[in-house]
Design a protein around this ligand. Sequence first.
Ligand SMILES: Cc1cc2nc3c(=O)[nH]c(=O)nc-3n(C[C@H](O)[C@H](O)[C@H](O)COP(=O)(O)OP(=O)(O)OC[C@H]3O[C@@H](n4cnc5c(N)ncnc54)[C@H](O)[C@@H]3O)c2cc1C
Length: 389
Amino acid sequence: MNTLKRINPRRPFTVTADGLRRITLGMTGVAGTVDFAAAGTVHRHQPKPRRTTAAAQHVMLVAAHADRGALDEHARQTLAAAALVADASTEIVLLVFGEFTGDAAALGADKLIELPAFDRRKFAPADELNALAACAAAYAPIHLFLPDNASGDGDLGRRYAAAANASVATHVVEIDASHVATYVHANTAFASRALPEVILLAPNAVDPKLPFVGAGERVAWHFGGESAAAQGKLRDLGIEEMDAAQLALEEADFIVSAGNGVSDVPAFERLAATLGAAIGASRVAVDDGKFTRDKQIGATGKTVEASVYIAFGISGAVQHLQGIKDCRHVIAVNLDASAPIAKRANLTVIADAQETIAALNDAAAAARSARGTGAALLNSKAVAEGALA
Ligand SMILES: Cc1cc2nc3c(=O)[nH]c(=O)nc-3n(C[C@H](O)[C@H](O)[C@H](O)COP(=O)(O)OP(=O)(O)OC[C@H]3O[C@@H](n4cnc5c(N)ncnc54)[C@H](O)[C@@H]3O)c2cc1C
């Protein structure tokens, strides 16, 4: 154990006391015994090579809950960690709780087991533990990886480790083929050990962008475990919905943001409520009094990490871009195709912000009446992500 000053765990490429580069995974040629050097020359649009085609002798199991058919960033990082530390004879099996419609191969998985009967919104810890244990018994993994989150996976990993009497490392911020490390003693010390049986990975420890793909084979696997809830051992009280506008911007996964190009603020706010998105704003929009200061995103505002960030009428000044550097998909709506935001955006819609907002509000209203319910467009973020996939 080394005594270190606190290091921001989000800082990439931090060198630790023992000389290891932290968060080096995802870089060319650094991960354990696997040589990715060739992948460095792969052009952006060429298909990526398979990580390995060797016969599998070992398995690493990655388990995570899906959210509306997809794995979130943290779960993807965890899957990437396993794929990066695996050697050529190790197969990566991904076990997804809930429906999964993503591309398992692109995320680094060689096998995919989907358990659509489970849902992140339902509390079924005993059933999930049984399913995980059954899968672990079937595949005998050398390591089990889960994202160390507060939405089910972290808890499941701890329950599994306790039930199986397995060695476990939690809040892992550093990993390679030979060790894991985590902060201890209120972040004043850094503890490191060989890879344990269960690895619970902290967020942002690993870059999920992989220079290779997995085999991505879907495996039919039916889990027929008994339901503890049905036996009356626990009662699921459900999830309390909260207004997305109340969510701290730093925690929001879906943000719609307004700049100087937005003049119809009520229509914009209506759209945010309909989409279930948090509201952000540029400094000019805040200075104009259209939004409160706590909505400002950028160098002198909040730094956000949303999966989807839609910027209406925002030019993309460097100070604003600083605040959205960690957003996954950026969609810009701007009249000016040469605005700097277009360089950062994954998708730019060259259009008037007011007309686009009105059209989206109309589409939402049409979808609601077609469904005959007052429900919001629940899958709007998934649709936005799908448009960019
Ligand atoms: C020290 C310092 C710190 C700063 N910190 C921050 C910060 O934290 N956050 C921040 O955001 N800024 C910050 N700024 C300000 C920043 O430099 C920009 O001035 C600001 O981000 C611009 O906001 P904007 O893009 O909304 O407005 P503008 O620059 O006016 O851009 C408006 C954009 O909307 C488009 N547009 C106009 N009308 C329409 C329409 N009808 N439909 C669609 N598009 C339209 C235009 O083409 C343009 O691209 C800072 C500046 C300094 C000097």
